[in-house]
Design a protein around this ligand. Sequence first.
Ligand SMILES: Cc1ncc(COP(=O)(O)O)c(C=O)c1O
Length: 401
Amino acid sequence: MATISSLHNPTSESPFPTRTTNSFSPPSTLNRNIAFSGNGYQHFRLRIDGRSSWETKSVHTSDQSHVLSKTESSIISDVPLLSSSEVLDRLKAEREKRKRKQNYLAMYSSIFGGITTDPTAMVIPMDDHMVHRGHGVFDTAAIMDGCLYELDQHVKRFIKSATMAKITLPFDKETIRSILIQTVRASKCKHGSLRYWLSAGPGDFLLSSSGCHGSALYAIVIQDQTPFDRKGVKVVTSTIPMKPPQFATMKNVNYLPNVLSKMEAEQKGGYAAIWLDDDGYIAEGPNMNVGFINTENAFLMPSFDKILSGCTAKRVLTLAEKLVRQGLLGEIRVGNVRVEEGKKAREMMLIGSGILVRPVVQWDEQIIGNGKEGPVSQALLDLVLEDMKSGPTTVRVPVPY
Ligand SMILES: Cc1ncc(COP(=O)(O)O)c(C=O)c1O
């Protein structure tokens, strides 16, 4: 790997910066962390036997064998140097020990150019630009009754995101689609989800992607048999700033604001936190769009110009036309939605491929409607579920198991 050659690189981009006293751990954890690499001065703290105080030492790393005491060298040798088969054994043991919430059935990687069903082998290179610089995009598709729901819509957005992130496709669109279907086929999964990533690829640990050897495609199939939840949830207004439109409209892997916003919601007893845009209009949740039924019985949805264009939300807009024909809904409007209008709505819902349509019964301190799951949210969820099970071939791609 290129990391070895950059070991002696003295710039701030060096993957092994000199340790400072502040980052050093007490002796109990020294054996896990200590690692001297490269030339130059290294600073560390150590407790001298029989003394309670800490002392700071500086050593020139090229002379370290002369300076380190016997105790220190025995501490250093506590870290085992593992063969690749030992690493694999340990990874396997660790994976078995860990109680897994999710079951990973198959993974494709363009790095090894195939599919594996062994979860231990489902890894990606550390020097992949997606891992250390966030230079990657991703997307999903639900697997329902052996069909991929809205695969083509998701793949279209996936490729658009890759273009926006300046990631050259490793294969053409049809090949990517075929690899995704073959990965689900190998997994034998009938219910769950498919997740996939396009990355600038492995190369080095530098900021520029010019050292990446070529873009990479990864995909994973996760089994999930749990039924979609219909229970109403509480949401809060996010205090975490939302991403600017250029980044919010592409599904890139920089989800730190989304993660922090979800954590904020959970800390406040909510399910999701809702972003408002710079003009105070309702934007979206951390991994879902939002919709409202206002007091005039209109279905309102914020427009997609500053947020992610949700595949589920767009499908829901189409399916909702049936409810207009049935008279359950007045009209459908996509545009700016003010917070006051949203909070005063008769119904509010979260919409996304992970939750489908989830009623919201409270936003901050405001009870939505009568505080119960609304009839339109329920009807829309039923329509999506029906669409997933027996919708047209434009939204259901059967997997040839
Ligand atoms: C930020 C954000 N908005 C909206 C959505 C909903 O999109 P979709 O319905 O395509 O899953 C997602 C999906 O993950 C998302 O991450």
